[in-house]
Design a protein around this ligand. Sequence first.
Ligand SMILES: Cc1cc2nc3c(=O)[nH]c(=O)nc-3n(C[C@H](O)[C@H](O)[C@H](O)COP(=O)(O)OP(=O)(O)OC[C@H]3O[C@@H](n4cnc5c(N)ncnc54)[C@H](O)[C@@H]3O)c2cc1C
Length: 508
Amino acid sequence: MNREEQLRRLSDPSALWDILVIGGGATGLATALDAATRGYRTALVEQADFCEGTSSKSTKLIHGGVRYLRNGEIGLVRESLRERGRLLRNAPGLVEPMPFVVPAYRFYERFFYGTGLALYDRLAGDLGIGRTEHPGRSAVLERLPNLRRRGLRGGTLYWDGQFDDAALALAMARTAASQGAALLNHARVVGLVKEGGRVKGAEVRTRFDGREFPVRAKVVVNATGVFTDEIRNFDDGQAAPVVRVSQGIHLVLERRFLGGDTAAMIPKTEDGRVLFLIPWKNRLLLGTTDTDGVETALNPRPLAEEIDYLVRHAALYLEEAPSHGDIRAVFAGLRPLASPPKTGAGSRSTASLSRSHCLFTSDSGLVTMTGGKWTTCRQMGQDAVDRAAEVGGLEVRPSGTADLSLLVPPVSVPVDPLDPELPFYGGSDIDRAVREDMALTLDDVMSRRTRASFLDEAAAVRCAPAVAARMAELLGKDSDWIRDELESFSASLVVGGRTPDAPRATSD
Ligand SMILES: Cc1cc2nc3c(=O)[nH]c(=O)nc-3n(C[C@H](O)[C@H](O)[C@H](O)COP(=O)(O)OP(=O)(O)OC[C@H]3O[C@@H](n4cnc5c(N)ncnc54)[C@H](O)[C@@H]3O)c2cc1C
C-alpha cells in the first residue's frame, strides 16, 4: 500500500465510489474488505492511523466469550465461536490457539466451570480448537508456576484464539487494497456530502497538510467506534446517541509473573469482573477494567485507580505479585457499546443482528455499524455491506470473506534488533512499515507496525531516536520533524521509560 497512490485515488474529483467507509478499526476494515471482495468500488478513510482507536487496545483474544455463557447468550457465543474458527483458518500465523486455565479454589468450581466449558466445546462443533480438560493441582502449577498455591484444588483447561490486533488490522487493510479498495490513514471526515437529502459522500481533511476534498459515494458506512454519534450528528443534528463508552486497561508485565505458555482466566473477581493473565510476545498482559463515565478520546489515559485495581487483583492470584514498579507498559481502550435508542429520533433502529452489534440506517441513508467485538468483525462487515448495497441500490452480490485468506506480512529479517528487549528489527520492520504499510508518524511504527510501546515503554523510548531518524530518511523529513515526533511520542506514554514506583497516570 503506497500512501501517495491511495491519496491520489481518493482525492480524484471524478471518482464515484460504490461504498465509502468512515473509520479504519476492526469494523471499518472488515467492511471495506467485504465490499472490495464483492467487487464494489470501495474507499475507506481513517482520521488517525489504521487501528489507532479501540482496535489496537484489545485483550488480543479471538474468543467465543466464556463470560457470555454465564449470561445465557448462547447465540452470541455460537456466532463468536464460528468466527473464531474462520479467523484461525483464514489468518494462520496471525491468530493462534492458546490454552487457558480457570483455576479452582472451591470444591464446586471445577465441576461448575467444567460443565460450562464442555458446552463451549460443543457449541464450537467442527471449528473447535482443543478439548476441555480437568487438570489436577500439580498439572495446573506446571502450566502456571506463579499461580497462588494456597487453597488451589486444580482447574479447567480450555482453548481460545490469541492474536496481534494491529497486525490483523494491517493484514485486512492489505488484503482489501489487493482487492482494489483505496484506503487512506490520517484523513478525517469533517462533514458529509448530501444530494437531494441523501448522504452521498464525505468531506475529508488530511491530518498533516490540511488538504480538503470531497469523496463521493453511492452509500456511506459509519464505522467509527466510540465516535459513531459524532458522524451521525453530521447527518442529523438531532440524531439520538447509539453508543455508550466504557474504558478497559491492560498492564504489561514480565512473563515470569505467570510463567509458562498458558493463560489464566479468573471468571469472577470479588466484584464480579473477569480477569485475564495472558502471555503475549514474551510479556504478560493483565486486564481488564470496565470504567464508565470517561471522556471519549482516541488515545484515552488509564486512570490511577484502574492501575491500582489490577495490581491489587494480581496479588490475590499470584505467589510473587507485581508492584507498580514492575509495569513495563499500560494501554487503555474504549469499548463502543451499542445502545439503541428506544425511539429513534430521525433514525430507524433496525434489527439488532446479535446481542453484540447493531446496524442503523438514517432517513438520509447513512449506514452505521457499531458495537460488537474484534472476533465478530467479519460478520459485522458482511452485515454492513449487505445493508449498504440495499441502501445504495448496488447490484446484489454475495459476501466472499468467510473463506478468504488474509495477506500476512513476510517474516521479519532478524538482523539489527531495535532493542534487546524487543522482537523488532531496524532494517526490515521500519522500512516495510513506511514503504508498504503507510506508517506516517513515529507512533505508527512504535505502536502498531511494531508493538514496541505496548510491550515495553522504556525500551521503546531507548530506540525511538534511531527509528525516527530512519523514518525521516525514508519520508524526506528534517530534524525538526524528528524532534516533534519524539516529543509527541514520549508524551503519549504512561510509564514513559522512567520506570517509576507509581506510573504517571491521570485520575481526571
Ligand atoms: C479493553 C478492551 C478489550 C477488548 N478485548 C477484546 C478481545 O480480546 N477480543 C475481541 O473480540 N474484542 C475485544 N474488544 C472489543 C473490540 O476491541 C472492539 O469491539 C473493536 O475494536 C471496535 O472496533 P471499531 O472499528 O468499531 O472501533 P475503533 O477501533 O475505535 O475504530 C473506529 C475508527 O474510526 C476512526 N474515526 C473516528 N472518527 C472519524 C472521522 N471523523 N473520520 C475518519 N475516521 C474516524 C477512529 O480514529 C478509529 O480508528 C475489547 C475492547 C476493549 C475496549
